[in-house]
Design a protein around this ligand. Structure first.
Ligand SMILES: NC(=O)C1=CN([C@@H]2O[C@H](COP(=O)(O)OP(=O)(O)OC[C@H]3O[C@@H](n4cnc5c(N)ncnc54)[C@H](O)[C@@H]3O)[C@@H](O)[C@H]2O)C=CC1
Ligand SMILES: O=C(O)[C@@H]1CCC=N1
Length: 273
């Protein structure tokens, strides 16, 4: 049983909502959960007997109400909005509240310059919705080991956590933060190819989704390296060998280097504001 203090999630969209789903598991006890959104419609969908859910369009003070007495304040809005939101909220934050930002790019120094609180950066990913997320966590200059541990406990409700220096968090984001998009993109492409080979949507889904899920399970349960597992599929002089040769000709590994470099450059732009 994980026991957590009162938590406010400001901006419970894709990511904030995923974190909320972890907090709502029966194995997690909290002293209270408050969430905010821009619109009443979204706020209504998240409200329950365990969740106080407030909308800015119904109450412009929604964020200030949500953080009142909260020990952990998760900032889940878009990066460009983080500084303004923190400026607005600084007077309402409890002195012992830990501000946890999941925003891409926005640095701890930027946030520490706005609020006097402990600040922690976290970079989760969307498989958190099914409890299989990966989250990078970096403590700011005011964070104690106990503060970082508390944030770690929180994100462990939705998967694995890596505590890393802030200097590496944008890089982590290019792998695990954005990573689900790369995987889904590959799934989309292989599905399109299957359709082109004459399979129905349903058949393509069974083949492609089943192959990704089965391969991921095999990787985890066998404890083998992906290279070895790939070798076992690739019969010498067989069909896979020819297919992989085509992928190598397209320099797939260089493509990933370029894609992650582009994501890293964008994180620096977001940091600059
Ligand atoms: N989507 C992802 O996979 C990941 C996103 N992030 C970060 O999470 C943050 C949010 O991204 P998403 O969840 O994808 O966006 P989103 O658009 O799904 O969610 C943003 C939410 O903020 C709400 N909002 C807007 N202004 C607000 C305000 N002033 N006060 C309270 N709520 C407000 C919106 O109603 C919306 O529900 C970003 O900073 C992003 O960098 C981090 C890791 C992964
Ligand atoms: O695309 C983004 O900016 C966010 C950060 C990592 C995943 N989604």
């Amino acid at each position: 049983m994980t026991s957590l203090p009162t938590i406010a999630i400001l901006g419970a969209g894709s990511m904030g909502g995923a974190i909320l789903s972890g907090l709502l598991q029966p194995s997690v006890r909290t002293d209270g959960i408050r969430v905010t959104n821009r619109t009443q419609h979204k706020a209504d969908a998240l409200r329950s007997d365990r969740v106080i859910s407030l909308a800015l369009d119904a109450d412009p003070e929604a964020n200030a109400i949500a953080v009142d007495g909260a020990k952990i304040v998760i900032v889940g809005v878009k990066p460009a909005m983080v500084a303004d939101l923190l400026r607005e909220l600084a007077p309402a934050l409890a002195a012992d509240a830990i501000v946890v930002s999941v925003a891409a790019g926005v640095t701890i120094a930027t946030m520490e310059a706005i609020v006097p609180n402990v600040v922690v950066r976290a970079m989760p990913n969307t498989p958190a919705v099914v409890g299989k997320g990966v989250t990078g966590v970096s403590g700011g200059s005011r964070a104690t080991d106990a503060d970082v541990q508390l944030v770690r406990d929180l994100f462990e409700t939705v998967g694995d956590v890596l505590v890393i220096p802030e200097a590496k968090i944008d890089a982590l984001s290019t792998i695990s933060g954005s990573g689900p998009a790369y995987v889904f993109y590959l799934i989309e492409q292989l599905t399109r190819t299957a359709r082109g080979l004459g399979f129905t949507d349903d058949e393509a889904r069974v083949m492609v989704n089943g192959t990704f899920l089965g391969s991921a399970d095999l990787l985890v349960s066998s404890g083998e390296t992906p290279r070895e597992l790939r070798r076992r599929v690739t019969s010498p002089k067989g069909t896979t060998e020819r297919a992989v040769a085509e992928l190598e000709k397209a320099h797939l590994s260089d493509l990933f280097d370029r894609a992650t470099a582009a994501a890293l450059a964008r994180a620096k732009e977001l940091a600059a504001g």
